[in-house]
Write a protein that binds this ligand. Structure first.
Ligand code: SAM
Ligand code: SF4
Length: 322
């Protein structure tokens, strides 16, 4: 459906848990209070919201978290979501730690793409940044996903003074494997406030130095806001998401459902629509649809991350789903 600025809203990110098996410093503070199980949406509730969204034409879904693969029953839920009439593409975003053994099931379910977060190829930096010595497991998951023919995108959050040495080694994975890599400017949400993004312009200059002749492909690869670049040496493409330095709000196509049932229409703003309340007070499918329609109609024009980061969303990224 269209929002009041004429943007086509066709994609919903669904966070199925606020829990995670990593503690990435830019995402999740060590002492973050977990949301109680009673407040987390049950899978049946998420499916009802998804059905209502599909009725409005919002029929592409990305499952995220926290770490989605840590929630019990995640695969059965994915299967049920995939089977909903009218569903478009179903994708998942994961840190990759538990991915390898899930690949056959994800293939069988018909997952359209997997985004895997990876900010460094240095084992020590990985451990410091995420709190776990799990780099090899993630690399195993990436290789298994590629070998299984799944569409893979790696997400690297680009932070000054933290992982700049990793950028070129990470691009070598795109030389080696048929996958995409996206650099994401770190965003000042929650723990991200303590980090300074490497800007998209800086990243592009680095790519141009290392891959002379690299060119913007102007391709749309999935539902994300990245600008993609291609080069004869690369099997996939490299994307840049410069949400902070440039912004991409004029093409925004998404809404977000938090694991505790709030519908967010912009990453920046803290306001959200309480769909769980509608569900748990016995609201029917029309009531759900109406609430989602109203939320989309009120979707904000743009974020203010650059102008006023502190006034924005107070939830942590792990509670929103990225
Ligand atoms: N646990 C999964 C993962 O890490 O891919 C899914 C949830 S995670 C919150 C989703 C995405 O948000 C990841 O790609 C992560 O790197 C990104 N993210 C978290 N905090 C961020 C921040 N402050 N700025 C930019 N991206 C962030
Ligand atoms: Fe967990 Fe993903 Fe946040 Fe890292 S980015 S702490 S893996 S939710």
């Amino acid at each position: 459906m269209k929002d009041s600025f004429g943007r086509n809203i066709e994609y919903m990110r669904i966070s199925i848990t606020d829990r995670c098996n990593l503690r990435c410093k830019y995402c999740m503070p060590d002492d973050l209070q977990e949301i109680s199980h009673a407040e987390i949406l049950r899978y049946e509730e998420i499916l009802r919201i998804s059905e209502a969204a599909i009725r409005l034409g919002i029929n592409n879904f990305r499952i995220t978290g926290g770490e989605p693969l840590v929630r019990l029953g995640c695969l059965d839920f994915l299967r049920a979501l995939r089977a909903l009439p009218g569903v478009g593409q179903l994708m998942i975003t994961t840190n990759g730690v538990l991915l390898e053994s899930h690949i056959p099931a994800l293939q069988e379910i018909g997952i359209a793409g997997i985004n895997i977060s990876l900010d460094t190829l240095d084992r020590e930096v990985y451990r410091t940044l995420t709190g776990a010595d799990a780099l090899d497991k993630v690399l195993g998951g990436i290789k298994a996903a590629v070998a299984g023919g799944l569409r893979v995108k790696l997400n690297c959050v680009a932070m000054q003074g933290v992982n700049e040495e990793a950028f070129l080694p990470l691009t070598e994975l795109v030389v080696q494997y048929p996958l995409d890599l996206r650099f994401i400017e770190s965003m000042p949400i929650g723990s991200g406030i303590g980090f300074t993004p490497v800007t998209g312009d800086t990243l592009l200059a680095l790519l141009q130095r290392h891959y002379p002749g690299i060119e913007e492909s102007h391709e749309r690869r999935g539902f994300g806001p990245a600008r993609y670049y291609s080069h004869p040496r690369l099997q996939g493409q490299i994307g840049i998401i410069d949400a902070v330095s440039h912004g991409f709000c004029e093409n925004c196509n998404r809404i977000r459902l938090t694991s505790d049932g709030f519908l967010k229409t912009c990453l920046y703003f803290g306001e959200a629509f309480d769909l769980k309340q509608i569900l748990r007070q016995g609201g029917d499918d029309d009531a759900l649809c109406e609430a989602i329609r109203k939320a989309v109609e009120n979707k904000q024009e743009k974020h203010f991350f650059r102008q006023d980061p502190a006034q924005g969303e107070q939830r942590k990224m792990s509670q929103i789903g990225g």
